[in-house]
Ligand binder design. Structure first.
Ligand SMILES: [Zn+2]
Length: 420
């Protein structure tokens, strides 16, 4: 076990053990230390970088660099060829892919292209992530080819595009932890495995914080769980390269064809057959893992729901108390959610003073005749979890699919900062 793997493992253990979500990786790794962010050095001066995602059943991407050299990922013909993994829908149908770079000859950390300010770097391959030692895995040695997928991070100035083939949840989460430790803040994410629920966990998305997402390849529709997680991660638009079924109620744009992202390192745009969306500013803030808090909610006298904490600034060793007040709601039965969003993910409060990862109701099928006023959580803040937190109490219709704060018919939120 090398140092980086020990580091990741320790973090996972800490996440399970501790109550608040750990920001250990951030605390231990100086922001921007990975060379993934070029700052101003690479921007603009050299022209445009484009990344085209094909609207075909097989997954394919073509990158055109500022000097017009091209690189393909999976099913495309570039001057430089890469294949994420050895599945036929990624044009890697044999272990000995003819692509110049594939999961078995490229190690995490390898730089595949570095010119005119553009860097293409392998950040995962063969179940290893950047910072770990590479391994060789033949097709016969793996029970799941998807999870061995090679992931590439394409960086130009402040712009970051992440694509990881069909990489699966656990590997994605390891990679997300590593990328966050390196200060990478993803602008556009190619959603892994065509939107399957076996990828794109809420924890992973919280780590890489994509602004926009692209779903491509495969005839089957992205799973609702994936769309929920993307929406919950506040992805602004999910671009569909194909006419998938699911998408109602989610921030989906149906491009139904090739999608081209164009960037000069400062701004970027999306365009396709009959649309053009611009200009989005790159999100290159480093080492700020939580959304910038908005001004606290204005107290409304007739507010039906109120969540309070015993302070907005807490230090390790202090006790955090989360209280809720809910006025009688006689109209219908509802589910109640008490969620804590922090540097490493989304956690739900459970009665009994514990937290579970993900979004789970604290109470189901509640019918409230009288006022509720009670303590939801009371626990000691452990060390190593510094950061900004957002506590949200939301009420949603009974059995409703909760995809974010928009799912609640009543909600209140409270911000707090934890220092070590
Ligand atoms: Zn695939």
């Amino acid at each position: 076990m090398d140092a980086h793997r020990r580091f990741i493992a320790r973090t996972i253990v800490a996440a399970l053990r501790t109550v608040l979500v750990p920001a250990l990786l951030l605390a231990a790794c100086p922001a921007g230390g990975g060379g993934a962010d070029l700052g101003d050095a690479g921007r603009g001066a050299h022209g445009s970088l484009t990344i085209t995602t094909y609207g075909t059943g097989n997954e394919g991407h073509l990158i055109t660099f500022p000097d017009l050299t091209t690189m393909s990922i999976d099913c495309a013909n570039g001057d430089i060829t890469t294949v994420s993994h050895f599945h036929s829908d990624h044009c890697g149908s044999s272990c000995e892919s003819s692509a110049q770079h594939h999961r078995n000859n490229t190690r995490p950390g390898d730089i595949l292209y570095d010119k005119d300010g553009v860097i293409v770097q392998c950040v995962a391959a063969n179940s290893k992530v950047i910072g770990e030692e590479a391994v060789y895995l033949s097709c016969e040695d793996t029970s799941d080819e998807n999870r061995e997928s090679m992931a590439l991070l394409i960086t130009y100035g402040g712009f970051d595009y992440l694509t990881a083939g069909d990489l699966t949840t656990r590997r994605e989460e390891w990679m997300g932890d590593a990328l966050r430790a390196l200060g990478v803040n993803v602008d556009v994410l190619k959603v892994s495995h065509h939107g399957s629920r076996s990828s794109s966990s809420a924890e992973y998305l919280q780590a890489i914080r994509p602004e926009y997402a692209v779903v491509c390849g495969s005839a089957s529709s992205p799973h609702l769980e994936t769309l929920d997680n993307l929406k919950y991660a506040e992805v602004k638009t999910i671009y569909y390269a194909r006419d998938y079924e699911n998408g109602e109620g989610y921030p989906v744009h149906r491009a139904n064809g090739d999608i081209t992202i164009t960037t000069d390192g400062y701004t970027y745009s999306f365009s396709g057959r009959d649309f053009r969306h611009d200009s989005f500013h790159v999100d290159d803030s480093v080492g700020s893992p939580t959304p910038t808090p908005m001004p606290g909610p204005t107290p409304v006298p007739d507010k039906l729901v109120q969540v309070t904490t015993n302070g907005t600034d807490l230090a390790a060793g202090n006790t955090l108390v989360v209280k809720a007040a809910v006025m009688p709601i006689l109209k219908w039965k509802f589910d109640a959610y008490a969620v804590l969003l922090g540097p490493a993910g989304v956690y739900s409060i459970r009665f009994g003073n514990s937290l579970v990862p993900g979004v789970e109701p604290i109470a189901r099928k509640v019918f409230l005749f009288g006022e509720y006023d009670g303590t939801l959580l009371q626990m000691k803040v452990p060390p190593g979890v510094a950061g900004r937190y957002r506590v949200i109490l939301g009420l949603a219709d009974e059995g409703a699919r909760v995809t974010g704060v928009g799912s609640a018919f009543e909600l209140d939120e409270q911000y707090l900062t934890v220092t070590d």
